[in-house]
Design a protein around this ligand. Structure first.
Ligand code: FMN
Length: 298
């Protein structure tokens, strides 16, 4: 299966950043799977242990997490990208900076590495003060710093936006810069799930956490559709609540160019990939992805 993205892919299904992609062993497992590309865990300058546990939980309608960006630090991921080359599929770095200088530094370091693209995470709900992308002035500044360094495609991992007006405003900022693709969406920033013990399911952030899985899907689909309408030239990676072939189909029908699996990989492991792919191929009924892209919206 071939599809257009900002680089060639053998499958339009990837992992979502941050799930099963932190250690070398996890990355090798992903690289050996049927995924079309591997996204590595969001890297910060220094390694981080992340928040106290429990910091991830499954609930009836999805997942809640406040991981706090546990990662091995950018140097480890630069080294992994060199070694992952032998698996022959694109490897994407993800970076998070606690200020503008950190974003610029991390992107310039990965520009010198073996990765195929660099995804700038401006949407982490569990690190730093607020969500960078919700501050449009700051988003503009981040983009002006990171898009003029090097030739590798720059992706942008965005949080869910609430209205078409928000999407238009953010799109007009992104359009000023050389952004190759946007990944829609990161976890819904603040949810609360209370367990049978009458306490929040997770410990950090007083129990608040980012919501993924089933509850996120309609929100993610709407973001894909809204950005697809306002930014015709940018590739879109759709993510949020995909756990079946029908979910994948829906994201393409809403206008995504590729899709990513998060919570479902965490819950069901690698076997989810081939199952979802098989179900999706059946639902395609011989059509190409190009034929169905954006078709739900006419
Ligand atoms: C345990 C966990 C860790 C995550 N870590 C990151 C991360 O480091 N960087 C990032 O951009 N997104 C991160 N995400 C968000 C996912 O990439 C994805 O956008 C979100 O979970 C929605 O997809 P899903 O509904 O398939 O889970 C994380 C999600 C989960 C569940």
């Amino acid at each position: 299966m071939k599809t257009d993205f900002c680089f060639p892919l053998t499958s339009p299904i990837m992992n979502a950043c941050g799930v099963m992609d932190t250690t070398w062993e996890e990355l090798v497992a992903l690289a050996s799977s049927r995924l079309g590309a591997v996204v590595m865990k969001t890297a910060t300058i220094r390694p981080r242990e992340g928040n106290p546990t429990p910091r991830y939980a499954r609930f009836k309608y999805g997942s809640i997490q406040a991981m706090g960006l546990p990662n091995l630090g950018y140097k480890a991921y630069i080294k992994f990208s060199e070694e992952l080359k032998k698996f022959g599929k694109p490897v994407i770095a993800s970076v998070f900076g606690f200020n503008l200088d950190e974003y610029e530094f991390l992107v310039s370091e990965f520009q010198k590495s073996e990765v195929s693209a660099i995804e700038v995470n401006v949407s982490c709900p569990n690190a730093g003060e607020g969500i960078p992308a919700y501050n449009t002035k700051y988003l503009d500044e981040v983009l002006s710093r990171v898009t003029s360094i090097g030739d590798k495609p720059i992706g942008l991992k965005l949080p869910p936006y609430l209205t078409e007006k928000d999407v238009k405003e953010v799109s007009s900022i992104i359009k000023k810069y050389n952004v190759s693709y946007i990944t829609l969406v990161n976890s819904y920033p603040t949810g609360l799930v209370i367990g049978e013990d009458e306490k929040p399911l997770i410990v950090p952030r007083n129990g608040f956490g980012g919501i993924g899985g089933e509850s996120l899907k309609p929100i993610a689909l709407a973001n894909v559709a809204m950005f697809g309408k306002s930014m015709k030239d940018v590739y879109i990676a759709g993510v949020g609540g995909i756990s079946s072939g029908k979910d994948v189909l829906d994201f393409f029908l809403a206008g995504a160019d590729v899709v990513q699996l998060g919570t479902v990989l965490k819950e069901n492991g690698l076997s989810a990939i081939s199952e979802i792919e098989r179900e999706f191929m059946d639902l395609l009924r011989g059509r190409s992805i190009e034929e169905i892209k954006g078709k739900a919206l006419g």
